[in-house]
Design a protein around this ligand. Structure first.
Ligand code: XMP
Length: 506
């Protein structure tokens, strides 16, 4: 097992970000709920306590028993994590008069403290709390202050324990990466967690776990399932069978192109054309969640039927990644849309689950894919929802509407690539509205469909900003779509961010 940092999650919105930063420093880490510290694990090198939406005084505040942590491992408390340690050790935490929120600067720093090595006086830090520590108990020593906050950072003498009231994990804290790196040095981390080491360890682990067992995996054309397949293929070769279903809601020519890519990668893949079955089941259905259910169930049926033609399958491979895992463990999370397309599949098929990417973030999955030698266009592909164009046609789904949307989407995505904009955005989509409007083409009056273009920037799809694509590009995309796609006479651009909107329209 690899050495790791444990991040105790007290519910802050930036907990995941702490995890990402630690991984960027080539150190493996796991995020666990504040009250689920894995006592007794011998590969833990240090512990980070996250921030929290609560104040230490709140009735609902998350209170952790740190007896197994403090003194046993190096500890870094961030924001609430720091205040909680000060408060429970007899210090004072008060609601700040000047609620310090946002940017401020470190005015005094103890350069000799190992946590502050290489941090500059005057460097910007990001605060986001209504509380502040006003007095520290005896063994606590201030190691950095801002103009307003004396105990911006502290070290507990005689213990390998530190606290910072600002957020080193956010981009706006200029020396934040240095501080986290210093903490990893304090923990004695080797910092040798890389995509190559992940692949080596994972493939060895999969060989051990699966031995001569047979595994079946559903491929979607997306990054996660494709990387999962290549990893499993490395470990068990032909004992892996992949199934790629065309539900008729993929992008234009996607099924044929991706199937070729998979064959080129040496995967043992069965492609199934099930378009008609899905179109039939979706006829007349307009409710988004209903569509999702029908597509999910249709998928399970097709997959199950194929799997039964194979003999002795014991495992189901899945491309689950870390944000899905954290969401399911989350102490505060709420689910807005049901994104889990094939929940229920393992139970129905009586198979055990194997999920080799379940501890990776999306950008790490991409790095692993590159390291595995997969084609860049397969790795850098935008996320695409399981129900596909089914939830981008805002009304009932018909083959004719799919055809219109596939053509408009193809023009849009091809142009994004040609203009060098594809990789600047997290995700782009064309959406077909159930609204017709009047237009004029030549001498003729038209009464046709509206297509929405959407593009967002994001790091994890939890939040997203609408992408500020150049006007010239939008003009070109609009012209091409209206001129070339029969049935469309109007194109609009979506300028909503998430929240309060979502990325998809349904
Ligand atoms: P929203 O629309 O919730 O989307 O902002 C966030 C991310 O999830 C994708 N998405 C889905 N993916 N099945 C999926 O596999 C779904 O039903 C689904 N709905 C949304 C969306 O494309 C975006 O990347």
């Amino acid at each position: 097992m690899h050495e790791k940092i444990i991040i105790l999650d007290f519910g802050s919105q930036t907990t995941q970000l702490i995890g990402r930063r630690i991984r960027e420093l080539n150190t493996y880490c796991e995020i666990v709920p504040y009250n689920k510290f894995p006592c007794g694990a011998n590969d833990i090198k240090g512990v980070i306590l996250s921030g929290s939406p609560y104040s230490v005084y709140d009735d609902k505040a998350f209170r952790a028993d740190l007896a197994a942590v403090r003194g046993a491992y190096p500890v870094l408390g961030i924001c609430y994590g720091a205040q909680y340690m000060a408060y429970t050790s007899g210090g004072n935490v008060e609601n700040a008069n000047s609620r310090e929120y946002g940017r401020t600067h470190l005015a005094r720093i103890d350069m000799n403290d190992p946590l502050m090595k290489g941090v500059h006086t005057g460097s910007q830090v990001w605060m986001s709390h209504g509380d502040t520590i006003t007095t520290l108990p005896a063994p606590f020593r201030v190691i950095a202050s801002t103009g307003d906050v004396e105990a911006a950072a502290f070290h507990i003498e005689g213990e390998q324990t530190w606290g910072v009231q600002f957020h080193p994990e956010v981009f706006h804290t200029t020396d934040g990466r240095q501080i986290l790196d210093n903490f990893l040095d304090i923990c004695g981390c080797k910092k040798d967690w890389t995509p190559a080491s992940f692949i080596e360890l994972t493939v060895a682990g999969l060989k051990e776990q699966l031995r001569d067992d047979k595994v079946i995996l559903a491929l979607s054309g997306g990054v996660d399932s494709s990387v999962t397949a290549v990893l499993l293929n490395r470990a068990i070769g032909k004992n892996l069978t992949c199934i790629f279903v065309d539900h008729g809601l993929l992008r234009k020519n996607e099924f044929e192109n991706v199937l070729k890519d998979y064959e080129h990668l040496g995967l043992n893949v069965i492609g199934i054309n099930a378009k008609d079955k899905f179109y039939k089941a979706l006829a007349g259905v307009t409710d988004p969640e209903q569509k999702r259910k029908i597509i999910g169930k249709g998928f399970i049926d097709v997959f199950d039927e194929e799997a039964h033609k194979l003999k002795d399958i014991k495992w189901l491979g899945q491309g689950t990644i870390y944000p899905d895992v954290i969401e399911s463990l989350s102490i505060t999370g709420t689910v807005i849309k049901s994104h889990h397309n094939v929940g229920g599949l393992p139970e129905k098929m009586h198979l055990k689950l194997v999920e080799p990417l379940r501890l990776l973030f999306k950008d790490e999955v991409r790095k692993v894919g590159m390291e595995l030698g997969m084609m860049p266009h397969l790795i850098k592909r935008h996320p695409f929802p399981g129900p596909g164009l089914g939830i981008r046609i805002i009304s009932d789904v018909t083959p004719e509407k799919v055809d219109i949307l596939q053509n408009a989407d193809d023009i849009y995505i091809t142009l994004l690539r040609e203009w060098g904009l594809y990789e600047d955005v997290w995700q782009a989509a064309a959406i077909l509205l159930p609204i017709r409007s009047v237009g004029v083409m030549g001498d003729e009056r038209t009464y046709e469909n509206t297509v929405v273009l959407r593009a967002v920037t994001s790091t994890d799809a939890m939040t997203a900003d609408w992408a500020q694509l150049p006007y010239d590009f939008l003009a070109k995309a609009s012209n091409e779509i209206i001129n070339k796609v029969k049935g469309v006479n109007r194109v609009v651009y979506d300028i909503s961010s998430k929240p309060p909107s979502t990325i998809e329209w349904e």
